[in-house]
Design a protein around this ligand. Structure first.
Ligand code: CP3
Length: 356
């Protein structure tokens, strides 16, 4: 386990104490995509806001939807309501969300377009988001943490290069082999913008940060190092240099045993595991390096019942005695019945899983 400041261990929030390396009898919990379409109260605010982007840039409403799941389930942390694609948006790519199709970024980035991305002040464009952080932190009790976030550079780059969700990850590897300077040039731009963006979130009141590398899987081990581990390290170190003591959670999805590489990074305060990781393997190979978070298949929360509780119990027992944050292995889908989430929260908090 890494050296931690005592400051974290004194924190009133169990989530923050866990990030500082202290195991809790009942792990703190929050859920990826905890605010979103599965909640009727989110759909009501979303309808009032207009588009998804209007919602992200409306501090009043964005703060409201950030707080909704914490109120409903008494979760240990709120995650800022925004999106990883606001960075490309602030860099000058036009972001829109097409119903049933997902995000669109126009125009797709080419090498010739790279220069236009440089030297832009993303903070001005993203100012409403920092206001959301200020408002949200003011509403949260001191035992609740507020998580800020950004996409990891590789994941953000895949959307920027494809102009939306990439349908062909092999084509992206090819792009790198064809012209590594183009891809690393783009990644450098995303790193610099993300460091500024995350420091501003911390200054506005974010207690901890998470980097989402949803598309880290499917790279070779060498490319994982170059395109995912090193860029995430540079962001986390850049933020910590400016704002020492800020905990950073890495979520590299679908990386299998390469998760160890991330967990070993000195700047990685916790690693999020996805639903393909074996909890006992993760306890044996990751918990010695850092705090572990997550792992539950979000589809189990769609189905609920005994299967959901069995899988949650396996995770909780695997990490019993280690610093662990209960969470999913990816975000909730819109089909999740909110009452299944309530049942899951009760199951974790009741503690009967320890005896099974
Ligand atoms: O509650 C939270 O987790 C905080 C908010 C959050 C959102 N997106 C809200 C959102 C966070 C942390 C994200 C991260 C994000 N966004 C990732 C990384 C994590 C992951 O899920 O893999 C990625 C890849 C994106 C890009 C993105 N944004 C996609 C692929 C989509 C889905 C498009 C669709 O229409 O389903 C979004 C939109 C989005 N981001 C929604 C939400 C609640 C749905 C938009 C809506 O309400 O219409």
């Amino acid at each position: 386990m890494k050296e931690k400041g005592l400051q974290g261990l004194d924190h009133p929030s169990p989530f923050m104490r866990t990030l500082a390396g202290e195991a809790q009898a009942i792990p703190p919990m929050w859920f990826m995509r905890q605010a979103g379409r599965y909640l009727p109260e989110y759909r009501a605010v979303r309808a009032k806001a207009g588009s998804f982007l209007d919602l992200c840039f409306n501090p009043e409403l964005a703060s409201e939807v950030t707080l909704q799941p914490v109120r409903r389930y008494d979760l240990d942390a709120a995650i800022l309501f925004s999106d990883i694609l606001v960075i490309p948006h602030a860099l000058g790519q036009k972001l829109s969300f097409v119903e049933g199709e997902g995000p669109r970024l126009e125009p797709a980035i080419t090498k010739a377009g790279l220069d236009r991305l440089r030297g832009r002040n993303v903070l001005e464009e993203l100012a409403p988001i920092f206001e959301t952080v200020v408002k949200t932190r003011a509403e949260l009790a001191e035992n609740k943490a507020l998580i800020g976030f950004a996409g990891a550079p590789w994941t953000v780059a895949t959307y920027m290069l494809a102009g939306g969700p990439s349908k062909d990850p092999a084509a992206l590897r090819s792009l790198y082999y064809d012209d590594p300077d183009f891809i690393t040039g783009l990644i450098d731009i995303i790193i610099d913008a993300s460091i500024d963006y995350l420091i501003a979130q911390v200054d506005a009141g974010a207690d901890a940060l998470q980097l989402f590398d949803t598309w880290a899987g499917g790279l070779t081990p060498a490319l994982t190092e170059t395109l995912s581990v090193i860029p995430m390290r540079r962001i986390a170190e850049g933020v910590k240099k400016a704002r020492p003591g800020t905990p950073v959670i890495f979520f590299p999805k679908s990386v299998g045993a390469l998760a160890v590489r991330y967990a070993q990074e000195p700047a990685c305060d916790a690693i999020g595991i996805d639903f393909s990781q074996d909890p006992l393997w993760a306890r044996a190979h990751l918990s010695g390096h850092t705090v572990v978070q997550g792992g539950l298949d979000p589809l189990l929360t769609v189905h609920g019942g005994a299967a959901m509780e069995t899988a949650a119990g396996e995770l909780l027992r695997a990490f019993d005695g280690a610093p662990y944050i209960f969470n999913l292995g990816h975000g909730f889908t819109p089909e999740t019945p909110p009452e299944n989430v309530a049942a899951l929260v009760n199951y974790v908090r009741a503690g009967a899983w320890r005896k099974n």
